[in-house]
Write a protein that binds this ligand. Sequence first.
Ligand SMILES: C[S@@+](CC[C@H](N)C(=O)[O-])C[C@H]1O[C@@H](n2cnc3c(N)ncnc32)[C@H](O)[C@@H]1O
Length: 451
Amino acid sequence: MPPQRFALPSEVPGLAARRIAADILDGVLHKRRTLDEQLDGTAAHPGLKSLSDRDRALMRRLVATILRRLGTLGHVLSRLLDRGIPTDAPRAQSALLIGAAQILWMDVPDHAAVDLSVRLVQSDRRAAKYAGLVNAVLRRCAREGQPLIDEVKSRNLDVAPWLLARWSAHYGATTASAIAHAIGQEPSFDITVKSDPSQWATRLHGETLPTGSVRTVLQGSVTMLPGFSEGQWWVQDAAAALPARLFGDVANKNIVDLCAAPGGKTAQLAHGGARVTAVDRSPARMARLRDNLARLSLDAACAVSEGSEWLAQNRGDGFDGILIDAPCTSTGTIRRHPDIGWLRQESDIAPLAATQRRLLQGAVAALKIGGMLVYCTCSLEPEEGEQAIADLLKSETALQRVPIEASEVAGLSEIITADGDLRTLPSHLAHPDPRLAGLDGFYATRLVRRN
Ligand SMILES: C[S@@+](CC[C@H](N)C(=O)[O-])C[C@H]1O[C@@H](n2cnc3c(N)ncnc32)[C@H](O)[C@@H]1O
């Protein structure tokens, strides 16, 4: 539980935002807590409520910038600290990271960044003795930081080494570097609209992507944007919008969305006219799915259940379609969730792959003959994508892949594999403005049960 000290009446402006940023950063780096759980829901940091919208946005950007640049920041600070980063006072470490990130990448005057970090350590019993050190190191960072960044630019320090090694082995060193570069950028904000993407692109100061999603770099509260409360669109990365479309025309089809919450793909299927059953094991996430569908005036039957158990109990005559957007390491979404790259471990892959296998096997048995299975994950790891499906096709001979054509994804042949599956990478969808480039990393395949 973070300490219960937030904005004190006489406090220096901006200090509460930095203190909460430090708590949340400590949560990720030392307590293995995700950003999502610390920013939203019942376990969110209690101090968030006392921040203005502006300070909350600044705090989020600050934490995200630090996590996106953690390797580079570690390098810069270690070059400026003769005896390394103090290890006996976590607040001194976070104050250094917070100060340096603002100096090097954010639009905060250097003197304010230094002053606020010094105040952060002064207000912590264990870290107070490092106030002089923090002051001196951050002043040097302002003078000498940029050349220190330049000397490690090509070393991809901001990706955990085990991930970089895997991406190099699977995609090649050049693509792995391009992925590392892409996930270091702050991503755009993508939405799926019910209709008329070009009108929404104009209203939201964005552009329509070839795949039909609308992309904007607007910041601030999503709920305040035009069209949100009217239920005209929902937030969904452009790559995440592709798997549900692989079913083609879904009107009146009986489709199960097996890992459905918070409901982006359920909404697409329901909007397309399918009779959707949304299943998810998490009651809290299903509550969000229900809220989302209500806002969008869309309908789906909902069940809180483990996916393969639900299928075994509700097989009936079989389903026309099953979508499995399986739980995974989510390494394809690091640009949106920069904590994931540091919280995940290679040993997470095998248990998730076992769950994916169980969900796939349950789905094969529950499909009717001629029924379609779309399987996807937002992971860059082959065990959760290409390899999982190669193994499934070896054992389930009734299944046949229906290759995806480039014409189904707006002609983007770079995102189709030689086998006819979808494989998007954060380095795809180049754009002259880097803020408008990139896709989440997704794998998707389309299979049909022949007998
Ligand atoms: C990638 S998210 C789904 C995102 C969702 N399809 C969307 O488009 O908004 C994976 C979901 O799977 C759920 N989940 C994890 N294991 C499950 C299981 N064994 N059965 C059913 N749901 C599961 C999680 O609660 C999570 O909501």
